[in-house]
Design a protein around this ligand. Structure first.
Ligand SMILES: Cc1cc2nc3c(=O)[nH]c(=O)nc-3n(C[C@H](O)[C@H](O)[C@H](O)COP(=O)(O)OP(=O)(O)OC[C@H]3O[C@@H](n4cnc5c(N)ncnc54)[C@H](O)[C@@H]3O)c2cc1C
Length: 335
């Protein structure tokens, strides 16, 4: 393992913003992690954990030691006729893991196919798509505390999972390196097609097998979301806001066609719809623009992290001014 000074992270973030880490290391064992923690302690550096860089906005200079955990082992730790528990190291590419599970006839995460990033980041924001959240298949999350290197295991109900939320973004933010995730997967197919486009396809073509469902998800995602390799982006840039029922009643009177999803704590509104109604699809803010087909996605063509944040702030301000709704940014600041 090498600890490299002044390392460019341009290739390590899907927004393709220019960024340099003061120090950078790719680690794949406990020994590497302890070496990094000792180096950071000796040199009084903050340790920052990076996965695949698909949900971060980087600043141009990132002080401290940026660590990327690369180990990719996957092993069965428990098995019955009905289910399997697999322990997957954090560096495994998420989409490859979904495909691997399907090849083994393990089910439950097929709706989450084609989400970029690494397995280790999946619990951080409780990745979700097409009616499924990863929390429903997570049994436990293992890792080490960056301060001291003690190991921890958190069971799923200790992870504070919510909509794009977990304790790893809250109380444990910046404090841990997740080294592996344990998933409880079913051996019995039970496809989830409640999400509108999948429901429509299912009505036309019949109920899919889990592998077919993953293919449908990939197809829909490819048709809707820009590929970061050609149009650098971080996926949905804003979380869908949840507003109180009185606020919702006020809004629906003004915007009767506004899509809405009642929740326990209010009503969820699609951030993309709010932005789209402002006529912002394709709107450019210098090097950064709102994608022309997908209002939730910001595209970066040559800008810096600062430019991306400035564009995001302008979108948020316009939404707040028009609807009185505050949007929350989904990607994490990496600075
Ligand atoms: C085109 C596109 C589509 C997307 N679609 C979706 C979607 O449908 N649903 C969805 O939920 N998300 C989506 N995303 C967002 C993103 O893919 C996920 O959030 C993904 O889980 C991020 O993984 P990553 O490895 O790239 O994490 P990174 O971006 O590297 O990191 C994200 C955060 O997690 C922390 N982190 C990463 N790895 C670890 C670790 N091992 N230990 C501790 N902390 C860690 C980082 O410090 C950072 O705060 C999309 C992104 C893109 C670019």
């Amino acid at each position: 393992m090498n600890i490299i000074p002044q390392h460019s992270l341009l290739e390590f973030n899907t927004l393709a913003v220019p960024a340099v880490a003061e120090y950078f290391a790719q680690v794949s064992s406990d020994k590497d992690i302890f070496e990094c923690l000792a180096f950071a302690k000796k040199n009084k550096l903050v340790v920052k954990v990076l996965g695949g860089g698909s949900n971060v906005v980087m600043s141009e200079f990132i002080p401290g030691l940026v660590v990327q955990f690369c180990a990719q082992d996957c092993k069965v730790i428990q098995e019955t006729d009905q289910s399997v528990t697999v322990k997957v190291e954090a560096g495994f590419n998420w989409h490859d893991f979904v495909l691997y599970c399907l090849s083994q006839d393990w089910y439950g995460i097929e709706n989450l196919a084609y989400i970029p990033g690494h397995v280790g980041a999946a619990p951080v924001q409780n990745i979700g798509a097409y009616g499924v959240e990863v929390k429903d298949c997570i049994k436990a999350v293992n890792g080490v505390y960056l301060d001291g290197g003690d190991a921890f295991t958190l069971l799923a109900d200790e992870c504070g999972f919510g909509y794009r939320e977990s304790c790893f973004k809250q109380a444990l933010n910046g404090q841990v390196l997740i080294t592996s995730v344990e998933f409880l997967l079913s051996k019995v197919p039970d496809v989830q097609v409640s999400y509108a486009p999948l429901n429509k396809m299912s009505a036309e073509k019949g109920l899919p097998t889990p592998s077919e469902l993953a293919r449908w998800v990939i197809e829909v995602r490819q048709s809707k979301l820009p590929d970061p390799k050609t149009l650098p982006n971080a996926g949905s840039f804003f979380k869908n806001p949840v507003v109180s029922t009185p606020d919702f009643n006020r809004l629906i009177e003004r915007y009767p066609s506004m899509p809405n999803y009642p929740q326990e704590n209010g009503v969820k509104l699609p951030a993309g719809w709010l932005i789209d109604q402002l006529g912002y699809k394709g709107k450019s803010f210098g090097h950064v623009s709102v994608h022309k087909l997908q209002a939730l996605v910001l595209i970066n063509l040559g800008g810096t992290g600062k430019d991306v944040i400035a564009a995001a702030n302008q979108v948020c301000e316009a939404v707040e001014e028009c609807y009185g709704v505050v949007l929350e940014q989904e990607p994490r600041l990496f600075h």
